[in-house]
Design a protein around this ligand. Structure first.
Ligand code: SF4
Length: 213
């Protein structure tokens, strides 16, 4: 079983509780206007990773201290079978870790549709952020646009995400990978253009950007 992955990172500290593994899936057919992750839209067989390899990497990262796993995309539910397999295996080893580990998952699909079509998969998730990104709406803590709820699905999800406002404040992580820079976090509308202007004024010109339509 393989999961198509755009990137994976540890530690992610700006998308959920504590120190987390972040996995961004590859492939999204929703096409929200203003999406900042357009590099994740096209399915690409070169990005398919055996779930067993991904789990081995997660185990390695968990040894450094783990509070949670954030799944984003791309659209994770477009790979529902591989995601279900990955999450079942991930949760079974995470249960043995010294600290509670939550799973926070993002989706651009409507919550009611996910409930209807992926009820079993939802049992592997502690908190879900569903609904498409709406460019004209302002963001909220943990969310790109204010129409997106944070839905706790388990007691741990409720404990950590019952009040998403505790994750307020603008926070970004920056990672460098070869000649690419990528950002972890949820920008407000116009933030990426402002960041480009700021960098250009200091001599750093971006050749491309996943936030450009
Ligand atoms: S915001 Fe998410 S759901 Fe919407 S197009 Fe971008 S990756 Fe897909």
């Amino acid at each position: 079983m393989k999961l198509s992955v755009n990137k994976a990172h540890y530690p992610v500290t700006v998308l959920g509780y504590g120190r987390r593994i972040g996995i961004w899936t590859q492939g999204c057919s929703i096409g929200c206007k203003g999406c900042v992750s357009q590099d994740t839209w096209v399915r690409d067989a070169n990005r398919d990773i055996p779930v067993t390899d991904l789990l081995a990497w997660c185990r390695e990262m968990a040894n450094r201290g783990l509070d949670g796993l954030t799944i984003s995309g791309g659209e994770p539910f477009e790979q529902a079978d591989a995601l279900a397999y990955f999450l079942a295996e991930f949760r079974s080893f995470a249960e043995c870790l010294p600290r509670p580990v939550d799973v926070l998952c993002y989706s651009g699909l409507p919550y009611e549709r996910i409930r209807r079509e992926h009820a079993t998969l939802l049992t592997q998730i502690d908190a879900l952020v569903p609904e498409p990104y709406v460019h004209k709406l302002p963001g909220k803590p943990l969310r790109g646009s204010s129409n997106q709820p944070v839905v706790p699905l388990t007691p741990l999800g409720l404990e950590r995400y019952g009040d998403p406002d505790v994750y307020g404040g603008k926070r970004f992580q920056v990672a460098v990978d070869g000649d690419q820079i990528w950002f972890v976090g949820i920008p407000e509308r116009g933030d990426m253009a402002r960041l480009e202007e700021y960098c250009e004024a200091r001599g750093l010109v971006f050749a491309g950007g996943s936030w450009r339509g």
